[in-house]
Design a protein around this ligand. Sequence first.
Ligand code: ADP
Ligand code: MG
Length: 606
Amino acid sequence: MPRIRVLSDRVANQIAAGEVIERPAAVIKELVENSLDAGATRIEVEFRHGGRSYLRVEDNGCGMSKDDALLCLERHATSKIVETADLDTLGSFGFRGEALPSIASVSKFELQTRPADAAAGTEVLVNGGKLVHVRECGVAPGTRITVTHLFHAVPARRKFLKSDATESAHIIQTVRLYALACPQTAFTLVEDGRVLFQSPACTTLEDRVAEIFGRQFTADSLAVDASDEGLRLTGLIGKPGVSRAARHEMITFVNHRPVDSRTLNYALIESYTTSLPKGRYPVAVLFLEMNPAAVDVNVHPAKREVRFRSEGQVRGFVIRTVLQRLREFGLGAPVVETPGPEAAARSAERFAEWQRVSTFAPPPPSPSAAVASAPVPAFAPRPEVAGNLAPPPAAASPAIRPPHSEIRLPPGASRLAGWRFLGTAHGDFALFESPAGVVIVDRRAAHERVWFERLVAQFATGQVESQRLLFAVPVELDPVASAMLLDRLPWLARHGVDVAEFGRNFFRIEAMPSWLEPEGAERFLRDVLALMRDGRLDEKNPRLAEDEFARLAAQKAVRLPDTISEADALALVAQLFACAQPHTSPQGRPTHFELSRGELARRFQR
Ligand code: ADP
Ligand code: MG
């Protein structure tokens, strides 16, 4: 019979570490939270190699006595609560007393700390959960924690770490979240000896947001401040029409803790249903304040999730507040993002602005970006691709759309003998008489299918239509997106999207597939990034990734003209029938259906 033993503290801590400390960014999260709980007004974070080899968090907070410095490494040792009832009045980030012992159990952990009124500081060194030494040391008041060799003794954990760039992006994102949560605290973030981000104490959230996401973000936002029945909502929400393809810029805090709350996310999305196109997400940095007793933060050890005692009340309050603000701004009228000729000028402006406010200026922009407002065509087709693949009619951008006489009917055309185009109904539907009855074609679905198969075929042969943009489009991304993008630059280039990095988190779109309007380049790239975030452009499964990419591209490529000629209509159906799967759109919607003569006769009781 197996014998039962009580686990040693060291093993118990290592197991707990599995829950709390899943990656270097989690160490940073716990340490920064502790610094904020200690009342720090200045926090410096440094890391190397995505945090694998070195992490340091230093603060000017209250520091610890020698006894506390030892005690804080014991499991369940905390200064923040005494009994569970204290959770109801919790004003701190921490309360579980597990972070420090967990981190120390899976790394080499050095703590130096000194309360302001103590003559000397204390240094504690722990290696893989074993105490190495405790001694006096000279340090400034506050606390400095240095973590090296993270997961050294836990190879299973190390294996799950992603590339340095990805881990680094998570760390940067974490620090940004806390910098947003506490604008009055000065933050410095250093990677491999280089200052990435330095923000003095800010008096307003707008200033902090502008430092973190750029001035464009604040210019595109509306300030919110409302209270009702013990709830208060403050922060910034995107103006109607400002949207993203994924929800990563919906940032929410509850009592200043960054949270990932279904209730809040849904409330936000719902508030925007009439002011954003379907499938797009709003942007927001929102702070909900409420009685701590009305929210449970102890749902998960990492405390990212929260549970509200009264979900309905919170949801209703957020929706009411956001809707009210949107209505005040423009009566919530749908403002669809329509990139006009000013778009290029605007991005050049934004770029200049970015250069002005950025602490790490990139190399100077290409001369083309500087003169982007000049009245010249927005792109020039690459000579080697223009013309050798005629795009399907009615779907290509006007500049490269061939005259109708050039339409070559594909093989599917032979099936169209006896077909007659009757006209369109409600814009989207094309009606035909066929020998067997009446056929109704969803033009959009049909076009998307044609484009999809065409793109997949191009990918398979490596002959992707792409064109250099006359004016490279500058794009500033958040660090997580930047890291993902960097990993996938060669893949994207092979698929017609040429993006170059030129400065941290700053990119230039230099070439785009020729079916895309240059004005849509930035949005397309952001949508591609959203697919990457959702793991839908998986490198390990190139076929699936290409399908996903083509599916998105097909949606973007299709612009339906209001009117359609008989030649165009028949060519579309011919191309559709030449497809391997003519019956459904890439999203699985039907492309057409037929009412047979028999069915017609039955309906009219002939
Ligand atoms: P918790 O934050 O849940 O209390 P931790 O393991 O993170 O648990 O920290 C244990 C204790 O160590 C804290 O309660 C606090 O008293 C002390 N401590 C940790 N970090 C700091 C710091 N940077 N400055 C002052 N005290 C700290
Ligand atoms: Mg803590």
